[in-house]
Design a protein around this ligand. Structure first.
Ligand code: 0GY
Length: 293
């Protein structure tokens, strides 16, 4: 199957910023290989193969110790490639799955044993057909029994519709890519203000300060996105996560150099203390609580 967006960067630079030892890339994906793990028939885009070996090589190249691998819509509710990567990681990866409410308990237990610690609810209209909120709530109640958290992916213009559900969800809710703000409006934009207010009101909401490459209007080095991420890191230092988003599914404008993305980190987390919380303390608490200092 021919991919319908750009291939991932063939040779990312070694970052100028050295991440601290034990750092976690808390948002990345594995795709295929298609010959072994076919893509979902209902997918809205076709990725290129991005197998676990390439992800683990990138982890080492960029200086990270661990990954959180997030199921993407191109694999739908078939989490086989994800589980395979988690099992091959020798404990150095945890996962976030996509599930339907028909999922049997035995499958949940199998995913948990492989290293899945969360379920992802996607509200991005170009990526998925809508799921009733009541279905998400029933899935949330089931995975709460396993101690999993919930990851939500939505765009800023849909926050008003989704906020009541997000407030009701049990346990920790992690928002992907800063809630996808429209960066053209700047950090004083009322929609970003509404997102900050939600975070202030509900201490169980965490946020990934990821994907400058998706949010930017100006392009690299992402000067227009940095203030959003920096504000979140400084306002909620114990509830932020960072990830590469490799292999950058669906990126059509430009394909980022993953090393250059790492170089954004010291611009959004400007002290060693903030960097340690963002890259180690927070993801370890959420994904490896037994090893978390
Ligand atoms: C991302 C972003 C995208 C895709 C997916 O599940 C997905 O297909 O997450 C996107 O197109 O914005 O989180 O990697």
């Amino acid at each position: 199957m021919t991919p319908d967006y750009l291939p991932f960067h063939p040779a990312p630079k070694v970052p100028d910023f050295r991440v601290p030892e034990g750092a976690v890339d808390a948002h990345c994906h594995v795709f295929g290989p298609e010959a072994v793990f076919p893509f979902a028939p209902e997918r809205k885009y076709t990725p290129c193969d991005a197998p676990k070996e390439k992800l683990f090589a990138l982890r080492d190249h960029l200086g990270f110790a661990r990954n959180v691998i997030v199921q993407a819509t191109c694999h739908g509710k078939d989490n086989a490639a994800l589980a395979d990567a988690l099992l091959a990681s020798e404990g150095r990866a945890r996962g976030v799955a996509i599930l339907g409410e028909e999922v049997p308990d035995a499958e949940l237990e199998r995913l948990d044993a492989a290293g899945v610690r969360g379920v992802r609810f996607n509200f991005v209209k170009r990526l998925v057909d809508a799921t009733p909120h009541a279905v998400f709530e029933r899935i949330a109640a089931r995975v709460a029994e396993l101690g999993w958290h919930i990851v939500v992916y939505f765009e800023a213009q849909d926050l008003d519709d989704i906020a009541p559900l997000v407030r009701r969800l049990p346990g920790i809710v992690v928002v992907d890519h800063m809630g996808r703000p429209d960066v053209a409006g700047g950090v004083d934009d009322p929609a970003f203000g509404a997102f900050l207010k939600l975070l202030s009101e509900k201490p169980d909401i965490w946020v990934k300060v990821s994907c400058p490459e998706r949010l930017t209007v100006a392009g690299p080095p992402y000067d227009d996105v940095v203030p959003f991420a920096r504000q979140l890191v400084e306002s909620f230092p114990d509830r932020v996560l960072w990830g590469t988003d490799w292999p950058h599914p669906n990126m059509k404008s430009h394909m980022p150099d993953d090393g250059a993305l790492v170089d954004v980190i010291p611009r959004i987390a400007v002290t060693e203390d903030l960097q340690r919380r963002l890259l180690i303390d927070n993801p370890m608490r959420l994904y490896w609580p037994d090893e978390s200092g």
